[in-house]
Design a protein around this ligand. Structure first.
Ligand SMILES: *Cc1c(COP(=O)(O)O)cnc(C)c1O
Length: 374
């Protein structure tokens, strides 16, 4: 153990300090307004997100998980359908597919970006496939032009899981504006984080947007009139109002993450046992996580050593989804060696927009020591 302060994997405090007056005034204004659910704050956020992402429609909802579920339901995906997604992601990416009654099918990942690709997706297509959920893991997407071309060829829908990459671009366009529909999370640790759960759906398809709006509130477009079985996934006015304060700063914050990533790259260059993250040529990377690979046989010991030195390193994700007990129980026997290898090798380092060089030096010193001793 050390006497120095613990370095968390994510520190929400600098954003709060930066915008404290505005955030506090906003929270008090919403409290005094008496309007706590949906309403003008949510409509305001929806309008600002459409502008920011360059999409036609945005529908605020309760979480990123709900955004995935509602988007799938709005696409009409259900029992008998298969949806191809990544095995190397947060559980919600596939759980949402099960929750609408369909079957997630896991495609292999590309070892450099950790994302599924048009090639690996193509190998997983069957006659039951209806949609693809590309997950923009750690802050960068797969080549969306290639995935859209594949989807068009096979008549499949594309639902982007943007939970880890809000603000990232491919060419001139932002992730979340490239597929048929997209799910966003504003969970507090995400690149744009609320002070609680919050999520959003975006699409350029007016009919899909309408369907999502309906499903968000119990399948009801007016009082005492229900035209679908829906959900309660209303977004709170307080969360929307706080997100509206933060959104104008997001590009700066993502640039701060990119600068921090470049500093890590430099600091790690002398360490031959470490493979730093790769930014693919097809788009930018907004470093929700800065994730490297280390030798699998020592990964857990290295992470533990760093934690003992006061450094909050973590492994996202240490078990791929197809090996989770619930999917084993459902009979999944597929072998996906690259996803399984990634799950054994990854370590994410502390990352937030305002992390300073001195803190990063301490992180890398702990990693160096761990590599020699653990
Ligand atoms: C966080 C996350 C989600 C779920 O978002 P919540 O807002 O926590 O429900 C979905 N997919 C990925 C890849 C995530 O990282």
């Amino acid at each position: 153990m050390t006497d120095q302060p613990f370095i968390p994997i994510y520190n929400p405090r600098p954003q709060y300090d930066q915008l404290r007056e505005q955030l506090e005034a906003t929270a008090l204004r919403v409290l005094a307004s008496g309007g706590y659910v949906l309403g003008p704050e949510v409509q305001g956020l929806e309008a600002e997100v459409t502008e920011f992402l360059g999409v036609e429609h945005a529908i605020g909802c309760n979480s990123g998980t709900d955004a995935l579920i509602i988007a799938l339901a709005a696409l009409g995906i259900g029992p008998g359908d298969e949806v191809i997604t990544s095995p190397f992601t947060f559980f919600a990416s596939s759980e949402s597919v099960d929750l609408v009654g369909a079957k997630p099918v896991f495609a292999e990942i590309d070892p450099t970006t950790f994302n599924i690709t048009a090639e690996t997706i193509a190998a997983a297509i069957t006659e039951r496939t209806r949609a693809i959920i590309p997950v923009h893991l750690y802050g960068q997407g797969p080549d969306m032009a290639a995935i859209n071309a594949l989807a068009e060829k096979h008549g499949l829908k594309v639902l982007e899981d943007v939970a880890q990459a809000f603000g990232a671009r491919q060419g001139e366009r932002r992730l979340g504006s490239l597929g048929d529909i997209a799910a966003h999370s504003f969970y507090p640790t995400k690149n744009l984080g609320a002070a609680g759960d919050a999520g959003m759906i975006t699409t350029n398809d007016a009919a899909l947007a309408e369907r999502c709006r309906l499903l968000r509130v119990h399948g009801s477009s007016r009082r005492d009139h229900h035209t679908a079985i829906g959900y309660n996934s209303r977004l709170d006015a307080l969360q929307a109002a706080l997100l509206r304060v933060k959104l104008p700063h997001l590009d700066d914050w993502n640039a701060g993450r990119q600068a921090a990533a470049a500093r890590y790259d430099d600091l790690l260059a002398p360490l031959p046992e470490v493979t730093p993250p790769v930014v693919a040529p097809h788009g930018d990377h907004v470093f929700h996580q800065y994730t490297l690979r280390v030798p699998s046989d020592r990964r857990d010991a290295i992470r533990q050593y760093m934690n003992d030195q006061g450094v909050g390193a973590n492994s996202y994700y240490s078990a791929p989804l197809h090996t989770q007990p619930v999917y084993r129980e459902k009979g999944y026997t597929v072998s996906l060696p690259e996803a399984e290898r990634a799950a054994r090798e990854v370590i994410s380092l502390p990352m937030w927009p305002a992390i300073d060089r001195a803190t990063q030096v301490r992180v890398v010193e702990a990693l160096k020591e761990a590599l020699s001793k653990a």
